[in-house]
Design a protein around this ligand. Sequence first.
Ligand code: PEP
Ligand code: MN
Length: 357
Amino acid sequence: MIIVMKKGFDENQLRKVLERIVELGANPFPVSGREQTTISVVGPTHEIEERAFLGFEGIEKVVRVSKPYKLAARLAQAQPTQIKVGECDIGDGSFLVMAGPCSVESEEQTLRIAHAVKKAGATMLRGGAFKPRSSPYSFQGMGAEGLKILKQAKEETGLPIVSEVMDIQQLELALDVVDMLQIGARNMQNFALLKELGKVNKPILLKRGMSATVEEWLMSAEYIMAGGNSQVLLCERGIRSFDNQFARNSLDLNVVPILRELTHLPVVVDPSHGTGYRHLVSPMALAGMAAGADALIVEVHDRPSEALSDGPQALLPTDLDQLMLKLSQMGDILGKRVQTSQTAKQNSEGAKQNKVA
Ligand code: PEP
Ligand code: MN
């Protein structure tokens, strides 16, 4: 159930509505936007009738939401959710690229690649310290040591960090270093972890499970939001289909415009895991932007044949240079500004100067 407040309602009217919702045994989540304030009512709303709010001043309408996700629903919030990570803005209508190695493998490797992706124009650094591997015999990530290296890369480049956690213990370790927590495809429905993420004050990059429906994916976002963390980004990373002969997964770009209709949350595309092969990554990255994504997350390695994970799908730094150029040209056509490490900096300096003036 969503309650839309009238324009010009006052705080007292809002307070009375919130109190009424609690009296009725549900939880209110008010969202104040520029245009409109809405209250998402979650809990046993099937037991609450619309007329329970008759006579309350300041209410424009009470709308029943038939979808199982409420807080993530487009109806719950008129404006798209904008997420700030360091100096980067995601969901504000511009576009950005997060890039870096699949895994943190050593200090030298991570710093080399971090500098290369910054030079290419990426505005966030990705890199896994904790790796979900199909085989227990494969490289499992550097763990806490890897986090220290990411911290150093952030200090050296200024790039905010996105990195995966797979359990609550790792989450606690990562909170100090990581600016955006990645929840991988394999943990999209790790409900205990999702509940913990609800208590965290950091953006969550929630990857789509490899066979998850859009509704299951949005329900996982709902778990995090219901816990109190509304900073969720949805990342399409390819789904399993019947044919993996030429691509590791099928990058489902249908979901980009679909999610735009269903939710106010930002949408990110991962063409690296979505395809599995270097030569497919840039075309599908451009397609992701054309479909309307807010950002890309791309794997880059300067020595892919030596990579400890996902080498075949890693772009070379020069490939990323080219891709950034093409994205910027396509951005001109689409009317989307591509943030780069340089412009992101200039913009925030410009904004600071405006504030001072
Ligand atoms: C990764 O980002 O390296 C990763 C393991 O992603 P996914 O969960 O999408 O497979
Ligand atoms: Mn990977």
